[in-house]
Design a protein around this ligand. Sequence first.
Ligand code: R2B
Ligand code: URA
Length: 296
Amino acid sequence: MNPENINREFLDEVLSGNEVDSYYHLGVSSDDPIVAEMRDVKAVVMGGSGGRMRAFAEQWAKERDGTSVCLPKEDRFTVCLSSGVLFASHGMGTPSASIAVQELMRLMYFAKGGDLRELEKVFWVRVGTSGGVGLDPGSVVVTTEALMSDLKPYRVLDGDKGEIQFDPNFPADVVHGILTSNASKNFPVIAGKTVCTNEFFLEQFRLDGAIRLTTPAKKIEWLRWLDSQGVRNIEMEGAMLAGYLNYWGFSSFAMICVALLNRLEGDQVPYTPQELAEFSDRAGDVMFTYLRTLFK
Ligand code: R2B
Ligand code: URA
């Protein structure tokens, strides 16, 4: 961990009981009894949709002969504690997901009593959907590096003083572990770079938005450039996720996304809810296969 990058000025006041931390968007506070039950959490699994996270938590509880308890306030995010794993939704896009990730990091710091050796053992993973770059729909991508649409790392504005940049890398040993534990799946599971955009239509060079700022030729040029740089898929949260987890110095985290379509062939996501669920389940399947190896 990087203790110098952890906001201990605030977080240690909470630990010592001088302050109560309200994880406002998660709907829980540091003095809530359920937080004490999170002491043994080994993994935080995140995904965009609350319904999917709740279903994952129930699936995990059943598999582990345990129970799943979800926090009562679900109007922003759904968070369920299930047999040593926290399943949490983060909504769509970096602004939403950054709130979930920061509150979950604070929550884990408190739940682990500020013990950095215990905190470091927590495995973080985002399971999601994406647009593939030159991939067959249904392929699963394990991200090696997540960059913004200009292939530069995640940045936040520093007022009028420029930008602050974050580390875009995902730990290579975890990527390797996910690939090897999933070697016998009957669909492709590959490693590659991921582009993380701030917009589903404009920054992903779609031709089917209400607003269109690109042309078919410019879109293909951007996608071919991504392809030539080793980018395999496009989504909307990964660069921030890698950046924030690297900032605190976590060493075990990943992003696993199914490609719903090949962007070189189109922009629309034309599937029925059932087909979509089947594709999304593949990312969950890959995640659970790896998660089980951590609970052996
Ligand atoms: C993938 O899919 C969502 C947009 O449809 C977004 O949250 C993402 O990263
Ligand atoms: N999610 C994205 O961000 N882009 C896609 O094309 C599909 C899912």
